[in-house]
Design a protein around this ligand. Structure first.
Ligand SMILES: *Cc1c(COP(=O)(O)O)cnc(C)c1O
Length: 360
């Protein structure tokens, strides 16, 4: 049988998606990987054993618990909220997608303050929403007056803040979050993928009558990027809407077990967070002595800009030493900037030695 070409039927992507680029994060085979903000260690060995034991008892021919009740209860307990104030999905990116399907979409606006996590605008665009971009100052701090002005003019259905902000590392002070919340007419989403590394959390602002949600992930602090699990905490009436939008049985049995068991190791995780914060401070202080602009970070990564050489060249020189960091130098508003994830002490030492050689 022959297939005619050009085809009789034309398969064309939605007009609004035609010019859209996908999300790229290059994965290269290297010795030292400090580019995607994961935890540098695997989960605790005891978690692995408990996970394997429970997996062996899963009834694989049955659908998993659709409401993921045990997982939600564990997350609720962790944050001292009710289980019906928790929504979980396949990575916090899917949490964001579900949120935006429910509250953004065609005819609605979504506000971001750039530079910030690219997927906020990207996923919002996929739902057909219009993005309104606010600009941060040259030091990447939120200009609160300009933000409120933008919100008053555009009236977005959803407004994003990211704290600590990826890729800059800046923590949004509570007064900024309160000011944006008060000004915006719809829903405020605070993405706290790196919340554990910061000195405060907007989780304290969650209640049934405030239009704010906080998203979190197991991908970073919990050392579980491979299991794809994230969640939000917010008002129960909002969670009920998200439950309608999520696909049936979207959380598989293994993931529900993995997440629930992980939360039994909070002490280990707190100790790891402390180690990472110590290393972050050590790396920042060492980088600050080199000819680099170093931005203050409340996350598990640091943004910096080489002063003596183009960022792209510095990135390549590191890669030639088999050290991979994130090249943000070509991103809008981030000219020349690079982002390094905090790794193990040895990895950080190697990175610091290499970068000192490269930029001096
Ligand atoms: C890493 C990251 C996420 C996490 O996404 P997952 O889908 O949970 O892996 C979400 N938001 C920000 C800002 C991130 O950097």
């Amino acid at each position: 049988m022959s297939i005619s070409w050009p085809p009789v039927h034309s398969v064309t992507v939605r007009d609004d998606l035609r010019a859209l680029e996908g999300y790229h994060s290059p994965q290269v085979d290297v010795r030292i990987r400090l580019n995607t903000n994961e935890a540098p260690w695997p989960p605790p060995a005891a978690w692995r054993d408990a996970f394997a034991a429970e997996l062996s008892r899963v009834e694989w021919h049955r659908y998993p618990d659709r409401s993921a009740a045990a997982l939600r209860s564990s997350i609720a307990e962790l944050h001292q909220v009710r289980p019906d104030q928790v929504f979980a999905a396949n990575g916090s990116n899917e949490v964001l997608q579900t949120l935006l399907l429910a509250y953004a979409g065609p005819g609605r606006k979504v506000a971001t303050f750039e530079p910030t996590y690219q997927l906020h605008a990207h996923i919002a665009r996929l739902t057909g929403a219009t993005i309104v971009e606010g600009e941060r100052g040259p030091d990447f701090r939120l200009d609160v007056d300009a933000a409120i002005e933008l919100i008053r003019t555009e009236r977005p259905a959803v407004t994003f803040l990211c704290s600590p902000n990826n890729p800059t590392g800046l923590v949004e002070p509570p007064e900024n979050v309160h000011a944006v919340l008060a000004a915006q007419p719809g829903l405020l989403v605070v993405d706290e993928a790196y919340g554990q590394f910061a000195d405060w959390s907007a989780l304290s602002m969650i209640d049934e009558s405030t239009p704010i949600v906080v998203t979190r992930t197991f991908s970073k602090t919990w050392s579980m990027a491979a299991s794809r699990l994230g969640y939000l905490v917010g008002p129960s009436w909002l969670v009920a809407e998200l439950d309608k939008v999520a696909l049936p049985y979207h959380l598989d049995a293994a993931k529900q077990i993995a997440g629930r068991l992980a939360l039994q190791y909070t002490d280990e995780m707190d100790a790891r967070v402390e180690m990472i914060i110590n290393e972050r401070e050590r790396i920042s202080a060492t980088l600050a002595k080199l000819p680099l602009d170093v931005f203050p970070s409340g996350a598990n990564f640091i943004l910096f800009r080489p002063r003596t050489r183009p960022g792209r060249q510095v990135w390549q020189d590191l890669l030639d030493r088999s050290i991979l960091i994130r090249d943000c130098s070509g991103w809008p508003r981030l000219a020349g900037c690079l982002r390094v994830t905090v790794g193990t002490v040895d990895e950080n030492d190697e990175f610091l030695r290499a970068i000192a050689e490269i930029v001096q």
